[in-house]
Structures are given as C-alpha cells and as structure tokens.
Design a protein around this ligand. Sequence first.
Ligand code: 13P
Ligand code: SF4
Length: 352
Amino acid sequence: APSDPTLVERAARAKAALGDRLFILGHHYQRDEVIQFADVTGDSFKLAREAAARPDAEFIVFCGVHFMAESADILTSDAQKVVLPDLAAGCSMADMAVLSQVETAWELLEDAGVADSTVPITYMNSSADIKGFVGRHHGVVCTSSNAKRALTWAFERGQRVLFLPDQHLGRNTAILEMGIDADDCLLYDPHKPGGGLTAQQLGQAKMLLWRGHCSVHGRFTKSSVDEIRLRVPDVNVLVHPECRFDVVTAADYVGSTEYIIKIIDAAPAGSAWAVGTELNLVRRLANAHPDKQIMFLERNVCYCSTMNRIDLPHLVWTLEELAAGRLVNQITVDADTAHHARVALDQMLALP
Ligand code: 13P
Ligand code: SF4
C-alpha cells in the first residue's frame, strides 16, 4: 500500500546503497509514491535525452512503460542495464502496431510504386522492432513534443508520411499544425485487407495514419469539453495531443505532459483549468497548485493501467534486488534492431 511507511524507508535505503550506480527516471504518469524516488521526471522526449546523458549510471531504473525502457536501452551503452520494475507495464497503443503488419503495409506501398517517396514516422510509443523498421527505411521517431518538427523534416524528404501507431497525434499534427487537408489524411487499418484502402488511395494520401490510439486519451470527448465550459465559463481547456481531433480542436492548449506542467506552472492564481490527460499527473498538478482550480476533463476516472503497474512494492523489490547484486527485470533490445532503431532515435534527437 502506498502509505506503508516501511516501504518508503526500504526504497530510500536501497537507493542510498546503490548511490551513483543508480539513476531513476520517472514518467509524469507515474504514481506519487514512485515519483518521489525519481532522480528526474519528464515526458517521453526528456526521459530519452536524460537516459542518453547518464553514461556513468550502471543501472537505469525506468519508472514508465516498456517502450520507454527499450528506447533507454537503445540509447545507452552495453555496460549499462535498463530495468523496468514490472515487466507487465506495456502500452496498449504500442501493441497496436506489430512489425509484420507494418511490413505488409510497406509492401502495399511498394506495389503502388510509392514506397520510395514515403517517409515512415513512428511515435515513441511503439516497440523497438517498429523503430528499427523506421530506421531501416530512413524515417524518424517522434514524441508528442516534436511531432511537428518530425513531419516538417519528413516532408522535406518525401511526398507522404506513414505515421505509426497513433492516428490522433498524426492527424492533429498534420491538420492543425502543418495545415494539411483532412482529405489528404487517410486511415490505414492493419486488420483490413489492403489496409482498407485502394492502391490509388495509398498513392494519393499525404498522411497515412495507422489505426492506433491511446485507450486513456481516447476517453475524452467533445461533450466533456462543452459540458465543462458551461459549468465553469472562464475555464481553460488543456489536453494532450493523443486526444481525438474534435477534443483537441475544442481545447485552448495542446501539448505533451512536460508542456502541460509548464502551462499550469505559469498560470495565474485563481485561474481555472480542465486538463485532459492521465489522472496521476492531473492529481499531482492539482495538489501542487492549491491557488488554481485544476480539474480533470472527464467525469470518469482514467488512469493508465499499465503505467500504474509500477507501484512502490515493485520499486522496492527492484532496488533491493539490485542492491543485493541481483539484476532483475532487465530490458534488452537485440543488437541489430537496436542499431537501426538508434538511427531513427538519433534522427529525432537531432531534429532542428
Ligand atoms: P509524453 O509524456 O511524451 O507527453 O507522452 C505521453 C504518453 O502517453 C506516454 O505514454
Ligand atoms: Fe500507452 Fe496511453 Fe498509457 Fe501512454 S497513457 S502508456 S499511450 S496506454
């Protein structure tokens, strides 16, 4: 239980015993009980950079989800070990794009004669396999904080983008930030023959959006925005770009978790905010800013169940095992996949 004082003490003791050998990264969606032990907190982009910037840490304990730990392993040296406190902390969105499905989609683009002019982009929220595919095909990884820059980079190199696996981040960025016509954005459904598109459509689309989404952010609706605006007339609506297009269009501010925190930090006392993102973060913001009115955008509670798998008991177990010289829950990516995925990740880190 989060309030168990002995667990807090045990985590602190094991962390102290590991000293500089250990570095703990915490994503903003993690529970308070875990976040208190993070050396650095951040959005996906910041955490990838932080992992790459810690060459002296022997153990990187990643309090986040599997694709983040994989990316950290790819960006760190072979001598460093990346550890995920619960191996079941996956991401349902990342699971919506499987390598064999992406290879099939690429073959369809080849058959349509347009693969050479297509640049693949994968959201960070994807498996290392998918990032490796994207690296092999001269594409780039993006996060919610640099999707526009990634799309700009891609359209300097090709005529169309295959965007994996979050249709909403892809659509929102293409239409609202790049000015791409909605009619030029087509949904590719990996569960339908031909992706549900004709060869002609495949060739004509500027944005091919993979049919994936975040189950947490998919729950926010336009009607929850309308409803809160009626209830709190001067409310500011702040959402994550994994939300649906109509939600993002109806919002006042859109951005990554790090951006959401910056906006709330800078907001004047007394201002009202409805925040559309995962609940651990919204709760933490509300507690940290008692002078501001911070609400959850949806009436129904939405935690990310896989982020929440990393709890204090798992963290304590992990740290105590490491302190006892037992390497547990290591996340590794095979050398070939890691090599190509790193090309796509380095390309992201180098985006202008
Ligand atoms: P960011 O922290 O990059 O905004 O990502 C949100 C997310 O869904 C991570 O799983
Ligand atoms: Fe995946 Fe959504 Fe959870 Fe992020 S919040 S880890 S995208 S399911």
